[in-house]
Every structure is written in C-alpha cells, then in structure tokens.
Design a protein around this ligand. Sequence first.
Ligand code: ATP
Length: 270
Amino acid sequence: SRAKLFDQKTDVKTTFKDVAGLEGAKEEVQEIVDFLKNPEKYTALGGKIPKGALLVGPPGTGKTLLAKAVAGEAKVPFFSLSGSDFVEMFVGVGASRVRDLFKQAKEKSPSIIFIDEIDAIGRARGKNAMSGSNDERENTLNQLLTEMDGFGSKDNVIVLAATNRADILDKALMRAGRFDRQIHVELPNLAERKEIFEVHLRPLKIDKDLNVDFLSKQTPGFSGADIANMCNEAALIAARNGKKSIEKQDFLDAVDRIVGGLEKRSKIFS
Ligand code: ATP
C-alpha cells in the first residue's frame, strides 16, 4: 500500500494545558507561538523570524505533544511526518515528499511543520558512503536543506523537529537559518511527574484516597509517555476487576505490566 505523504491537522485542540512540566521548553516555544500569531510585530525593526527549532530529549518526554501545542496555541495548521517513514523509500520519493510538504505548509501559512525522528534523515552524511541504500536518505536530507533555505520570514512557516540524538545530526542542519535553536526536553523530576499524573488522571475515575505524591515518588525515571500509559493500564485493570474506581493497587499492577522485563525499574516496586 502506498504510504501517506504526510499528516495534516487543521483544527489542533492540544494546548499548553495538556503539557505538564517542561516549563523552560514551554517558555521557549511560547515565543514561536508569538511569531506565528504576530509576525509583523517581530519583523518591524528588520529582524528575521527563525525558521526552525530542534526539540531534543529522550523518548516519550513530550516533544510531539509540545510541537502540537504550539500549533494549537497559535491556531495554525500542523503538518507532520516522521523521519523513520523515509527509511527504505524508493528513489526520489523522499525528496518529493519533502518538497510537497513545504509547498502545502506555505500555501496554508501561517503553519507549523513537525518532523519527528529527524535523525533518521538527518544523520551526518557520508558515514556509509559505500552503501547505495543511503543515497535516498541523503537526497531527502538535501531536499530538506534546500527547502529550509528556500523559504523566508514572510512565508511564516516554522519547522520544528524532534530527536533524541542531536549529537549524530549533520551539522548542516544546525546552521543559521535552519534549525539554529535547540530546545531541551528532559525526563520529568518528582514535581513534574506529579503534574503529568494530574493531567492524565483528570479524565479517570480514581479512588478518593489515591495519593498522587505516592505515585510520583514510585516512578523515578518514568517519562510522560510511561505515566500516560500507566494511568491507562490502571484504568483497564480496575475495570476488568469490576471496580467502581481505580485504586493504588491497580496503579502498582499497571507498573508491573509496563516495565515487564525491565529489571532495573521493577526493583523499585518490589
Ligand atoms: P518520541 O521521542 O518517542 O517520539 P515524544 O517526546 O515525542 O516521544 P510524545 O509523543 O509527545 O513524546 O509523548 C507521548 C505521550 O505521552 C503524549 O501524547 C502524552 O500523552 C504523554 N506525555 C509525554 N510527555 C508529557 C507531558 N510533559 N505532559 C503530559 N503528557 C505527556
């Protein structure tokens, strides 16, 4: 089956309220929201609005969520694709997909382009010069660089990209006028985990004695995605057992299920 070219969402409902913790990162992307909403204010003195920013951090920490929230806050369309979709693509397809993506985003501007797992296309070039299979990735990367250079402040498109491996990216991507800003998104600390639990417990029927501090203390090393997953599993476990609300034990059982074979983590709960 033919893969979709890219995703496009016009009525993004995600806002900063959905993103718990990440105060520093939210502050930084707030500026991008302002650029999108009010470009003239920023270009009045001849300054150029940045074209791209890199969201850097471990898996599941909310990079995609944050990018979506930028679109939701600015009320602009969200165009997205994942670098991993470009793996094993036929010659020419990756580059034309990138070209198409930028064309659409410009037509619908102001808008956000989000490239998840940019490392899959943006790894430093020439590392595998001997293997032909890499050519298509390079073509795609070159097209991305060309597109980034080809649009201007007036196009009012901002490109956000996510990676957990900024160190392996081709330096050309980070040059001025491309992804020249880095926004760090880290694993949540105790207080941030509590905020994330609060977001994900909101729609659930929880036992009135459930202590969110307890849950936060029991989950060091968990990402936001782990916490979201844990809350959902707990709700399913409690429902399966015919309960009317989700209790502490359901959350502990959910943790067991999620961490499964991960010895390091399961020790915390033994
Ligand atoms: P990856 O690098 O694996 O693509 P990511 O950093 O883009 O991960 P998201 O896809 O944004 O992570 O997170 C997955 C889900 O985890 C979100 O949809 C959300 O439900 C939950 N989540 C992650 N971080 C947060 C957060 N800071 N606040 C609230 N929910 C979060």
